[in-house]
Design a protein around this ligand. Sequence first.
Ligand code: TNX
Length: 767
Amino acid sequence: MSLKFVKFLLLLACPLTLFAQQVSIIPQPVELKLNEGNFSIDKNATVQFNTSQAALKPAVDFFLKAVKDISGIALQQNKPAAKKVEFILAAQTAFKPEAYSLTVTPSLIQIKASSYAGIFYGIQSVLQTLPQVRTNAALQVPCMQINDEPRFKWRGMHLDVSRHFFSADVVKQYINLMAMYKMNTFHWHLVDDQGWRIEIKKYPKLTSTAAWRVDQNDKVWGSRPQAKPGEAATYGGYYTQEQVKEIIAYAKTRNVTVVPEIEMPGHVASAIAAYPQLSCTQLPQLPLTGGNYNNMSSNYCAGNEEVFSFLQDVLTEVIALFPSTYIHIGGDEVDKGPWKKCERCQDRMKKEGLKNEEELQSYFIKRMEKFIVSKKRKMIGWDEILEGGLAPEATVMSWRGEAGGIEAAKMHHDVVMTPGSPCYFDHYQAGPEGEPLAIGGFNTVKKVYDYEPIPKELSAEQHKYVLGAQGNVWTEYISTAEHLEYMVLPRMLALAETVWSPAATKNWNDFSRRLQFHFKAFDAKGLHYSPGNFTVDIKPAAKNGKLEVALFSEVPTASIFYTTDGSVPTVSSAVYTQPIAVESTQTIRAVTVQNGKIMNLQPVEQRFVMHKAVGANVQYAFAPSRSYMADGINSLTDGVRGKSAVNKFWHGFNKNNLVATVDLGTEKNISRVSLGCLQHYRDWIFLPTAVKFEVSLDGKTFTEVAMVQNDVPVNTLALTIKDFTAKFAATNARYVRVTAFTLEACPKGHPGEGKPAWTFADELEVE
Ligand code: TNX
């Protein structure tokens, strides 16, 4: 065979190899058929569209700019050419809202839809097949046929700009990211205790006072001290009405509707700092801080007419700015305490025949709904608006699990599903070791991917009330654009597929494969993201009296490397193939490796301890809290040591002491007993004040062998695991009793000051 002929054969093989490559569009289109060949976007191609359809122009411009940014090519418009990129907006066709078709042949890219949204989404699908940053290579779009439409109409992302303020540019970037993945609703949480973020012309103090707080950067949210009178409030910011308009227009081009949230009647310390007469006490307030509103007014007074006229004025300006059908009025977490003590609120209840403060809340919300409906808009609120009676036309955002959403849908109200697990993107997505401090909870990208927005409890007829789902990003711990990206990427991509693609076609393995393309794109663009789905899950299992440990990764294509000697695993450590038998005290540390690269921020580790009480039965004088049952009643003696994740492995006690009696089964010679305890200030978990150790032969008469005092200060903020250890002269015993004395109450200055503290314990080791 001549060399020339070989080269010719290789050339022939080229398009075939390309064809074998798959596209990595997220969310997965409803129908996608890849064909042989490519359309090459180069200067010989021209875009074609009907110029009399003005509505098309922004989408075409968006496409032209994207191509120019990537390739430098300025495509011609509406010139005769052999190769064309054609946009057809055909209002009369059978396309559903936001649906599109995309046809790519070597000479044609055609995007067809009956709405601007559809055209825009066709463009997004094309863009996801192109290089993601500037290149001088030809832009090859693989030949294919896509027919696509969303499963849900509310594909939402929320952003809290109150706890930390984000500039208008960061907000735009956020909207742009949403649009890349066909998310269409931006829920803008503009008001909360820690700052009011939107200019309202009639109430200038909302921006001169309520948008600013004392700059405190304490690590633990909610434990920040109150400001001193007159302390300078310099941290914060707000959006002018001009900026709001700009953001709304920017979002519109990207088919994103901006839904404003103006919180009420709680979570409004900011508004009250500016206008104290709106609270029940009507007293002047201290400057705002990053948290701790225990002793400040943070509710509007529900008995004061001025509150309603204030809110109607605010909403009038908001409605004039935002074209969105929905106006979010918050409604969550209203502390009813101030209303109970307020004469005006109590009078209102008598006058209106309201039985309790829940009904007063409902009265408040219903009044606001009437106003919103009078302006031809719809009201949406957090699921607390169900309490005391739901407003007649309200849409409910279900966040405290799915229960609120289910209840509302059964009452034939529309709902948006945002259950904390897995829709809260302020929760950890990996680790928590090595991860940036987060609010708690654990929502991995797979958990988000596996989420089904339609609860099983709903009948087929009720499905239509579920408008869709939304990811919520509360920013108590998130203060920079980089951190924000990190929390959203890649979980938003998993949610995007959940709310767009048909449930039956979802496939985690395939999504994981496509995700790799997007990770590369994030790398190229300098976007921050969590590779957190590379976390290894370490799962112990006792089998036939032996402890075996299995390792899992959520990534189907990755391998796991591990050590058992405490050393840091590397790519030359042992590769995991089958469960590891644990026969002595040891720490398993593991990492996920993909393409020869360790993907974890830190190895995942778990310590296993072998001691004389492993497998022994535990009897508690007071049962552990049902919320912290770890892996069952004998969690204290399962050989698995609790680590930093508070919801794993630990038994929790609240109000009572921990009094545990362990039966070693037979008489054993022992000289050391140790109880591991946790302090996690932020979660109201404190070390016990002391731990008493007793032993017994018969389980009736106990002898104290030691009393170990706590020496860690109660105000230690860092997560601390302390072993309370008793060493004593060897003695025979069958029973060991430990008493951990729970701290009487959360200490002074803590957000839960005076309220019961938690004691968390694991493991009880006997040697
Ligand atoms: C609950 S979700 C809140 C927010 C917090 C969030 C933290 C909701 C309606 N209220 O105020 O930021 O938890 O995860």
